[in-house]
Design a protein around this ligand. Structure first.
Ligand SMILES: *[C@@H]1O[C@H](CO)[C@@H](O)[C@H](O)[C@H]1NC(C)=O
Length: 358
């Protein structure tokens, strides 16, 4: 992503430097060819909004009605019509319990997908802002001196805005991915713990034990699910949505400014069509205010989440989290100390062959 970004800058610089003053018409044609119907915003920007939003909806669908579903899936009378304490029935029930761990693996995967797509989107916001900035470079160079000065000034203001914009988007990205990674790891570890219990501790195949363990899982799954989703995931969704709305607005405003500037230059009647050029600062003021508001919002939300962002520039959602099923307890406020061992009753522990053999 960063490489693409640099390549983009280098390419744009190159385009600018090869434009000799005599090539004004070429450059105008070039500009007209590369933008359809005055659209200055790359289509990737909108595609990426749609894409990340789709993954957000997928995740929301996956988590919908969790509490009802787990109730339904684990209630013994819905699993069996009759209540016969035999081994096949128990095996069937254990299968249900395995499905629950599958659910958490899938939920973890779904969180990861959303994290990746929202990260992509945030990167594309920055690239879009930069490519809009570079459109100003396509303005033909042969301009009266005082207009050139005004243009330089306008460019600096927009460049300054782009830098601030990118910083705020980086913050949004950092906060969102930190929260999502935390939840992803939490779901994954919880699924792994369940898997490990069934595989290594070995539940006795009798319905009393199954029932006891199912109650345990029911209680803790609901607790962990609420802990992860009630505030943290909601905060990640809010951060994503508010950033998206603001970025859309800002990018459209930037597009408007570019279009207005290009029109003004093309028609050449500077004093009538380009009064905004005399006051670049004033022209960007509302956008700066909008950004400051967004930044404030991000900071307040982040404080609320209780998650601290430590490695600001050093994260990567794609890094292989799956190699680390068990994580430091500090990352897992929702998993209690020494879960599940300390939370199990003596009676429940006796339901596992593992503890009987000790
Ligand atoms: C409930 O069971 C269904 C079908 O057996 C499964 O697809 C779903 O993931 C389960 N949900 C939970 C929360 O265990």
């Amino acid at each position: 992503m960063i490489l693409n970004f640099i390549t983009l800058i280098l390419l744009q610089r190159l385009v600018w430097t090869v434009q000799a003053p005599g090539a004004i018409y070429n450059s105008i044609n070039h500009y007209k060819l590369s933008s359809s119907n005055g659209e200055q915003i790359p289509k990737e920007f909108y595609l990426s909004i749609e894409n990340s939003n789709e993954f957000k909806l997928n995740l929301q669908r996956k988590l919908l009605h969790f509490l009802e579903n787990i109730q339904k899936n684990l209630t013994i009378s819905t699993v069996f019509g009759s209540f016969q304490n035999d081994s096949p029935n128990a095996a069937k029930y254990i299968h249900r319990l395995q499905e629950l761990s599958m659910f958490f693996y899938e939920a973890s995967y779904s969180v990861e997908k959303f994290a990746i797509e929202s990260e992509k989107f945030f990167e594309i916001i920055k690239i879009t802002s930069n490519s809009l900035l570079l459109k100003l470079r396509q303005v033909p160079k042969a301009q009266p001196t005082h207009v050139k000065l005004l243009l330089t000034n306008y460019f600096s203001e927009m460049e300054f805005f782009h830098i601030f914009f990118s910083e705020v988007i980086d913050e949004a990205l950092e906060y969102t991915t930190t929260i999502l990674q935390t939840i992803q790891k939490l779901f994954y570890s919880y699924a792994d713990i369940q898997n490990g219990i069934l595989k290594n501790w070995k539940l006795k195949h009798n319905l009393e034990c199954c029932k006891l363990y199912a109650d345990f899982l029911h209680h803790h799954s609901a607790r962990i699910f609420k802990c992860a989703t009630a505030d943290k995931l909601q905060i990640a969704f809010d951060l994503y949505s508010v950033t998206k709305i603001n970025a859309k607005y800002i990018v459209k405003q930037l597009e408007f400014r570019i279009q207005r500037l290009l029109n003004c230059i093309n028609f050449g009647s500077y004093s009538i069509r380009c009064p905004f050029l005399n006051n670049a600062e004033g022209d960007f003021e509302t956008l700066f205010n909008k950004l400051s508001e967004l930044e404030l919002y991000l900071n307040i939300k982040m404080k609320k989440s209780g998650i601290f962002v430590t490695n600001i520039r050093n994260h990567n959602v794609n890094s292989d989290l799956r190699k680390l099923p068990y994580l430091e307890s500090s990352q897992q406020a929702c998993l209690l100390n020494d879960f599940p061992y300390n939370q199990m009753s003596k009676q429940l522990k006796e339901c596992f062959y593992f503890f009987n053999s000790q």
